[in-house]
Each structure stands twice: as C-alpha cells, then as structure tokens.
Ligand binder design. Structure first.
Ligand code: MIC
Ligand code: SF4
Length: 647
C-alpha cells in the first residue's frame, strides 16, 4: 500500500514506536525554533540540562514577541537569547527581523524535514512540506539537546482542495471555512494532509496561511506536498538547492477524505470571541468598524500587503478608523518599500507597525473601549487584544482593507470600481540576512548575559503518593492559555516565574494566586477544575509552570488540548479527565478532595478515584498516560526525569 506525505516524513524520521494511530512514537527532529516569549525559559532549561551544544541540523532563536522595550526587561532578555544562541549553536534572528513563522518560511523551512517550535503556530512551515509541530519550551530544549520528540501517532485526514479561488478570496477564507467544518474542539491528535488539483493555484505563502491556522483547529499540524510551486518559492529565496519533491502515493489511505471546491469559498470572518465562531462577511456587511490591522504570522506576506495597498490606493481612511499595517518580516517591509506599496499605505493613512507580533499578542494597538476591530491574525479570544470590551473579527487582508476603506464591514467583492489585481509572486525576493546572527565558531568562548529579570526555572518535587487538596478554581469550557497566563503587558515577566505567577487567571479570578497560597499555608495542594478543551491556543508552558509554582498538582477537566496537556505533564501536574462529564457539577471551589495511591494506581492502570470529602462523593477520573508520561509525572516533571536518568 502506498503512503501519504505525512506517513512518508514520519517513516523517514521514526526513531521509536509503531506507525499506528494512538501509539507513542519518537521522531528525529531536524530543526527547532524558539521565540523570545517562550525562548528565555527554553534556553534556561537547556542550560539546566547541562548539554554543551545544540545537536539539531539547525536551530533558530527568534525575537519577535516582546519587542516593545518599555523598561529594561525585554532588552535584557534579548541579550540573554543572543548570548545563548551564540554559545550553544543557534542562529539568532534579531528584534525587527520579523515574526518567527514568516522568517522561518522565507529563510529556513525545508520540505521533507521535521521542525519542533516553542510556538503553537510552528505548523506554518507545513506550507513548505515540512512536518512542523508546536510544543512547550522544555520539549524544544530537550529536542535541541537530543534531536528527539515523542508524541502519539496521529490520525491522518486528507483534505483535497479542488478548483480555483475566485477573485478577492484569500487563503485565509479557506482555513476559516475549514474551521467552520471542524470547529476548535475535538481535533486533538489529528494531522491534516492537503492535496487536490487546486494546489496548483496556491503558492507557498498562501499554503502557509492555511497551515498556520491549523493551530486554531487544535490539530497537531498540517502539511502540503512539495511541488513545483514550492521549488519556485525556494528558488525565489535563493534556496533552490533545498527543494525536494514530496508527494503522496496515489493509493495512500487516510482515515477520512474531504473535498473542498475552492470556487465555492467566499469571504469569511471569525467572529468574537473564538476563531471557531465562523460567519460569512455578507452576514455582517455594514457593521461599524473602529480599527483594522493587517499583519501577524497568518497574513503579513508580501502579496497580502501588496493587495491591501492596491485596495486603499488613492483613498483616505475615514477619520474614525485606525488602520495599522505590520509587515511579517524585514524582507516584506523592504519589498513593499521598493515597489511603492508602503508609500501608498502611508498616503491612505496607515500606521506602520514593527515587523513583529505586537498587536496580535495584545502588547500594542489595544482597541478603544467597546471598539470593533477587524484583524488578519489568527486568535480573537476575549481580551487578547488588550481591551476586554472590544470585539475582534478575523478576516483575510482583502476584507480587512475593504473595511478600512469604508469604515464598516465590507465584502471586498463589492469594491465595484476596483479591478482585481493579478500579480504573481516575484521571481526573486529581497534576500538580506543581515539581522540573522550566526552562532559563535567552534572553540570560541561566549559569556551568557543574564539581566536581573531572569530568574531560575522553578524546581518541582517528585509526585507524592496522595494528593490532599482544595479546589482552587472552577472554570468553564474553552479556557485558553491566554486566560490562564495573560500575555500583553504582563509578557515581560516571562523570564521571572515568581513575578509572572502573580497573574495566573488574572482576567477570570485575580485572587487565584492568593487562594493557592492560602490553601498551601493550610496544608493543602491546589486543583484546577475545568470544562471542555482546557488549555486551547498557545504553546505557552507558563500556563503550566506558574500553576505548578503556586502548588497546583492536578487539572481535572472534561477535555484538555494537546500542547497544554504535554506541558502539564512536563511540569509534573496530573492532567485528569472526568470519566462521567456530569461529575463536573460535584466539584466546587473550596471543596476538600483527596486522591490516593497515585503512583501505584497509574502504574497498574487501575481505577483512579477522587474523594470529595466536602460533598462526600467519589469521582472516577481517566488519566490515559503513556508509559513515558507516567514516569515524567512520578518524577515531578521532565527535567527531574532526565536528571534521574543521568544519575
Ligand atoms: C500566541 O500566538 O498566543 C503566542 C504568543 O505566539 C504563543 C506563544 C507564547 O505564548 O509565547 C503561541 O502561539 O504558542
Ligand atoms: Fe506572533 Fe501572533 Fe503569530 Fe503568535 S499568533 S506567533 S503572537 S503573530
């Protein structure tokens, strides 16, 4: 039987395990990426592992998230990252060079290779035919030191894209349509493989817009074949020698095959407050818009910005609309500068933001109270933009630019007097790697710089046999890592766990850290109770480290998302699932609960029962841990486990 592209890449990189859905497998990792918000912790952990050099073929340390320097903290972190990259053997992409996923696609991604990144949108590189997976910083640190990553073998779904997009429709509209089909819940452990005749009409940046938002589906990753268009893109980036064909065998089998006719896709929106809350633009036409932002790792490529410039050319943005453009990389910025698009955007009244995450993570351009913002980014969770009362809609750049032009939600197909521009990607992109610093040559001594904001990664104790705890918080469905560990203005404390942990659940229950502390002084550990899809969104391992620091020993939920579940295990927190979802109602804040004989129970795969002593009820819990995960939990996390093995 033939193989699909995902199977081919996995087979080539398989170090341990069987290629059977649900089985634990270990893959050889060729490349890693980190970004500054997760990277400082990842490199602190890499240092704690005591491995002298990075062993992967290529590792890149990007600075793109915390580029606002309103205080010494971020600048110090950048220096720390630059010095560790140099010392341990990573490339360093400086602040201002661009968003990690955009730059990686332009300069480093390669077909038929594996990439592990400490950012949930790492799968963007799947647009290049890479098996690119997002993970917590600690997993990436371990992969830098060992070239290994362990996960469960996925279920593989094939989506055939047939036909051709109509004018004014963006690749973003395709992925929003897919989000409408799949939703953001229940897709854990899935990989999507794309195929179909429509691929001939989708260039690499368009494919990358689609793979980027696979993160919002909650899947492990998604992958496109590597074909002549991939080759063309690599050639245009002076990297033609890195092209390799990757295509599925005609008799490859998939768990499910879905066909999408591209000509039926229309302009789409993700409505407040979830990327899974999908509607057509038509349904909202005429709604007031206060802010429009084009940028982020989803839609800030050269063509995206050139089209936006074409739409606003010769017009002025209405006075009540703030229009922001944030190019994805310095390459994009330089090219829109050289071809005049930047000047067009400025003439129209655009505010030009740095080539960075910026607005997307809520550390700038927070909208006004009750404002409506249309953005080309990938997440619109409540409050993520920095303003709790704002409503954020996600769209493609054509729709966003049309909205900026008219001050109301507008279907770009209604821009009647404007012809749809037909420009192809250039044969040569502007290639200048000045802002990518190479690691220090072999043998050269490099000193690691550590500013006062950088604390030691916290240590955890091995699991105790019994957990005697109080329920410290009870939350509902779809709690994202943004809810657990807010980003925005709090982001600069990422390297300082003691300080950052004061903000756990800040937007939901600001007294949570104090509650945990009080419970601890009364002799209890803490437990978090949650609904469906707990830990959606980012790969932010701080959403596990900071609760661990506050004495959280278990999360009991109706379901937990993949990256967050792994992060919990990596930091020694038990991820537990209600056997009967109805039992959710039997746990409330302040209840005193006990889980006994944990190690014995999980080693024997026996029934794990929580006793709610306050309500006098027993609740059965599922743990579904692999053998390796059990060892991590028992050791009190991955770092402890590795240290134990080394002894
Ligand atoms: C995000 O988009 O939420 C982030 C910020 O890029 C995160 C990483 C982080 O928390 O630093 C992600 O997507 O993993
Ligand atoms: Fe940066 Fe936003 Fe992309 Fe996250 S989603 S990597 S914050 S641009």
């Amino acid at each position: 039987m033939g193989l699909g592209i995902v199977e081919k890449v996995i087979k080539k990189h398989l170090l341990k395990g069987k290629m059977v859905s649900g089985e634990e497998i270990t893959l050889k990792i060729d490349q890693t990426l980190t970004q500054d918000a997760t990277g400082t912790m990842a490199y602190l952990q890499f240092e704690a592992l005591g491995i002298p050099k990075i062993k992967t073929e290529l590792s890149v340390s990007y600075v793109d998230h915390n580029t606002i320097q309103a205080g010494f903290e971020n600048a110090d972190d950048h220096r720390y990252l630059q010095s560790t990259a140099s010392k341990y053997g990573a490339y360093f992409s400086r602040a201002g060079n661009g968003i990690c996923h955009q730059v990686h696609l332009e300069r480093f991604a390669e077909p038929d290779k594996t990439l592990l990144g400490s950012d949930s949108h790492t799968p963007t590189a799947g647009g290049m035919g890479m098996l690119a997976i997002g993970a917590g910083g600690l997993d990436v640190a371990v992969a830098m030191g060992t070239c290994e990553y362990t996960l469960r073998y996925p279920r593989i779904i094939r989506i055939n894209l047939e036909g051709k997009l109509n004018p004014w429709i963006n690749a973003k509209d395709i992925i929003l349509a897919i989000l409408k089909m799949f939703g953001t819940k229940g897709n854990v452990g899935t990989i999507i493989e794309y195929g179909g005749s429509g691929l001939e009409t989708l260039n690499v940046p368009q494919r990358a817009t689609i793979t980027n938002m696979g993160a919002e589906l909650g899947i492990t990753t998604s992958v496109f074949p590597s074909d002549q268009l991939t080759r063309k893109f690599l050639l245009s980036q002076n990297r033609g020698d890195q092209w390799k064909e990757l295509k599925a065998d005609s008799d490859a089998k998939y768990e499910k095959v879905i066909n999408i006719d591209l000509s039926e896709i229309e302009p789409m929106l993700a409505c407040p407050h979830s990327p899974g809350n999908i509607a057509t633009v038509r349904e909202f036409v005429g709604k007031r818009v206060d802010q429009v932002i084009i940028g982020s790792c989803t839609n800030s490529s050269y063509k995206d910005l050139k089209i936006a410039a074409h739409i606003v050319k010769g017009h002025k943005i209405p006075q009540n609309v703030s229009f922001v453009v944030s190019p994805g990389s310095r390459q994009v910025l330089k090219m829109i500068t050289d071809d005049g698009s930047l000047s067009t955007l400025i003439d129209a009244g655009a505010r030009i933001a740095e080539c960075a995450c910026g607005f997307c993570i809520g550390n700038s351009h927070a909208p006004a109270t009750d404002a409506v913002s249309v953005r080309t980014s990938n997440r619109n969770f409540k409050g993520r933009c920095g303003t709790q009362s704002a409503s954020v809609f996600l769209s493609g750049p054509e729709t966003a630019a049309a909205c900026a032009l008219s001050g109301v939600i507008t279907d770009p197909r209604d821009l009647k007097e404007l012809a749809f521009p037909s420009f192809d990607l250039p044969k040569k992109f502007h290639v200048d790697d000045t802002m990518i610093i190479h690691p220090a040559p072999e043998g050269k001594k490099t000193k690691v710089y550590k500013g006062p904001n950088i604390g030691e990664p916290p240590k955890n104790k091995p699991l105790s046999e019994n957990i005697n705890a109080k329920i410290a918080i009870k939350v509902g469905d779809e709690i994202t890592t943004d809810h657990i560990m807010p980003a925005g203005s709090r982001l600069k404390y990422r390297s300082n766990i003691k300080k950052y942990s004061q903000f756990v659940f800040e937007g939901i229950e600001p007294s949570f850290p104090k509650q945990c502390k009080d419970n601890k002084s009364d002799g209890y550990s803490n437990i978090i109770v949650a609904g469906l899809s707990y830990g959606q969104g980012s790969s932010r391992e701080h959403a596990a480290i900071c609760p661990m620091y506050l004495g959280v020993k278990a999360v009991i939920a109706k379901s937990i998302e993949r990256i967050h579940r792994t992060n919990l295990i990596n930091f020694g927190i038990l991820p537990l699932i209600f056997m009967k979802t109805d039992d959710y109602q039997h746990l409330n804040v302040g209840d005193i609960v006990k889980i006994q004989d944990i190690e014995k129970t999980i080693t024997k795969n026996a029934k794990l029962v929580l006793k709610n002593k306050t309500k006098n009820v027993d609740i059965e819990l599922k743990y579904d841990l692999t053998e390796k995960e059990k060892q991590l939990i028992v050791a009190g996390g991955l770092l402890n486990h590795i240290k134990r093995k080394d002894k």
